[in-house]
Design a protein around this ligand. Structure first.
Ligand code: PAN
Ligand code: ZN
Length: 187
């Protein structure tokens, strides 16, 4: 009997481009990110039609046990002193985790647990990030090029954007990077 062969879809590791299967794409513009950046005056002065990030997802089945695969492409930029970032969320089903893989660019993954404790992981090509359940997550682009990261998550996880609509407990600006550099120097 001949083996049945199916060609899988592809991710181009260097760019994060997805191909070979139907996609769902969603672009988030600055105008969509009301109350996300700390400096509201700076946000109001920005062009609301400017694209901040785009998520490309394979259009795969949803339901218990199914996984989604998507790539976030986050543009470089700032609102005031704060770097461009995704809105960030807890999963609606809090126990559901997720894996991120850095593909290109230079960024940070901001993680915040249910008690409000935060930590940062550098996102670079090849980095692997295990986002445990009950952990809010946000990507931040601290470089001057596009940041792209691949994500795989349970389709049932859902997104809760309201729990942290008042903001994450940590904001990342150029000053934060200086402090981080000092910390690395001091070991
Ligand atoms: C990612 C995020 C993506 C966009 O696919 O949804 O980076 O970020 P926001 O959803 O916070 O706007 C993911 O974490 N999915 O669960
Ligand atoms: Zn998520």
């Amino acid at each position: 009997m001949n083996p049945s062969i199916t060609m899988p879809p592809q991710v181009a590791w260097a760019s994060g481009a997805l191909s070979g299967a139907p996609l769902i794409q969603k672009t988030t513009h600055l105008g969509d990110l009301n109350n996300v950046f700390a400096d509201d005056d700076a946000w109001r002065c920005c062009d609301p039609t400017l694209a901040v990030y785009r998520v490309d997802m394979f259009d795969t089945p949803s339901g218990e046990g199914e996984l989604y695969t998507g790539v976030t492409h986050l543009n470089p930029g700032r609102v005031g002193n704060e770097f461009f970032m995704t809105r960030g969320h807890f999963h609606a089903r809090r126990e559901q985790g997720e894996i991120y893989f850095g593909l290109r660019g230079e960024g940070l993954l901001l993680l915040q647990d249910a008690q409000g404790q935060t930590r940062l992981e550098p996102v670079r090509p090849g980095s692997v990030h295990h986002i445990a359940g009950f952990t809010a997550h946000r990507l931040i682009n601290i470089g001057s090029d596009m940041l792209s990261a691949l994500a795989v998550w349970p389709s049932v996880a859902g997104h809760d954007y309201t729990a942290l609509s008042g903001g994450f407990a940590l904001r990342v600006t150029a000053d934060t990077l200086k402090l981080m550099a000092k910390e690395v120097q001091n070991g």
